[in-house]
Design a protein around this ligand. Structure first.
Ligand SMILES: *Cc1c(COP(=O)(O)O)cnc(C)c1O
Ligand code: SF4
Length: 378
């Protein structure tokens, strides 16, 4: 069976040339309750989320809900897919605190040596080039920074960040993040890439972006040619559900790969979105077919407003075990959890070991075969 990618259709009143323009998508993004009502018949809990928010305008920004925003394109996907709707339409449950509800679960603020730089691992650092995204995902882990109208980093912040990278010769990789770096114009992005490439010890540039998912219209020849010029540049994208892989998204991903930009995908495991081995398997197969390597599948961080989206760890482990052995190794993402308080990422791997002694360990494989492996004889 061939894997198919469906073309999205805007409403018949929208010109195709408008629909295919990222500027149009940005200008017509949904931001208010009435915008969302044009696309969705809102449920009680969705309506309450919008109403509660407008009743709380006096609250400070931390108490307010995470910003609302969605491109018409992504809304059209969400209209036909409950899972995608869950990602983007707020629910009143976002006000629930749960057992662990943190604004900055990864304590990024403590690994923030200069503005807009997060340096947690010795050889790689993040540069938050903007806090803006074209879609605000309800589970975003960086709610302490994202969507706070800070926009593109200032010239003085950029100079400080570049100085920091210059001084820290152990940094081999810079990861452009945010917010979404591909919401910048190509010329603005090129300025950052050009200046990063003046620093000799930086080998790899990664760009983390959800634009191929939520606004594939942004991806054009000019962008991918620019990225190629400053390569090696890796694109880390963020698909969570196979229905996000539309014809438009598939074309955008092909443009990157055809221009020598390796593409990796990071997903978040979310309740009622993708907590199902069949959905994850299909997502991985479709990604692989498009030459995108599934890289990480993250446990949802304990960020505020996500209690209703988190998957219990025992269920997550069971899902991982079902995928193991039944999905091509190429399609198998690292199942990863970021230890709260900035402990860093760990991998969740099914436990195959059933016994051990001084000489050997005994394992049971994915379909039940049990055997021992012996260390070399002394
Ligand atoms: C995830 C992360 C990285 C990148 O980690 P990789 O395992 O190399 O993908 C770098 N810095 C921070 C702060 C991170 O959270
Ligand atoms: S695209 Fe990324 S940074 Fe932006 S809201 Fe979604 S998860 Fe957060």
């Amino acid at each position: 069976m061939r894997i198919e990618f469906k073309k999205t259709l805007g409403s018949s009143t929208i010109q195709t040339s408008d629909w295919n323009s990222s500027a149009w998508q940005m200008r017509h993004s949904l931001k208010t309750k009435s915008d969302f009502e044009k696309y969705f018949s809102l449920s009680d809990s969705e309506t309450l989320a919008f109403d509660e928010e407008s009743g709380r305008q006096n609250l400070n920004s931390i108490e307010k809900l995470f910003k609302f925003r969605c491109t018409p394109y992504y809304a059209s996907l969400a209209q036909n897919c409950e899972a995608i709707r869950t990602i983007v339409v707020p629910k009143i449950q976002e006000y629930q605190t749960g057992w662990q509800s943190l604004s900055d679960p990864l304590l990024e603020k403590e690994n923030n040596p200069v503005p807009r730089v997060i340096h947690r691992y010795p050889d790689r650092a993040l540069l938050l080039v903007t806090d803006f995204c074209s879609v605000y995902c309800r589970y975003c882990t960086r709610k302490h920074f994202t969507g706070r109208d800070q926009a593109f980093l200032s010239e003085s912040d950029l100079i400080q960040a570049l100085d920091y990278f210059q001084q820290h010769t152990e940094i081999r990789e810079v990861i452009l993040s945010g917010g979404d770096p591909l919401t910048l114009g190509t010329a603005q992005l090129e300025q950052v890439l050009f200046r990063l490439r003046q620093i000799e010890h930086i080998e790899i540039i990664r760009i983390g972006s959800r634009m191929p998912v939520v606004c594939p219209q942004r991806i054009d020849i000019e962008l991918v040619k620019t990225l190629r010029k400053y390569g090696p540049v890796f694109l880390m994208t963020h698909f969570n559900h196979p229905d996000e892989l539309s014809f438009e998204a598939a074309e955008a991903l092909s443009l990157f790969v055809d221009h020598g930009i390796p593409v990796f995908n990071q997903s978040v495991l979310l309740k009622e979105v993708n907590n199902d081995p069949e959905i994850l398997r299909l997502l991985s197969r479709k990604l692989l077919y498009l030459r995108v390597k599934p890289y990480y599948l993250f446990i949802c961080d304990p960020v505020r407003g996500t209690n209703h989206l988190k998957v219990p760890l025992a269920e997550a482990e069971a899902i991982q075990k079902k995928l193991w052995g039944s999905l091509s190794g190429l399609g198998m993402p690292n199942f990863s959890l970021d230890i709260p308080q900035g402990g860093g990422k760990i991998s969740i791997v099914p436990n195959f070991e059933i016994a051990r002694d001084e000489k050997s360990r005994t394992y049971c494989g994915f379909d039940g075969i049990t055997a021992s492996y012996f260390d070399p004889a002394p």
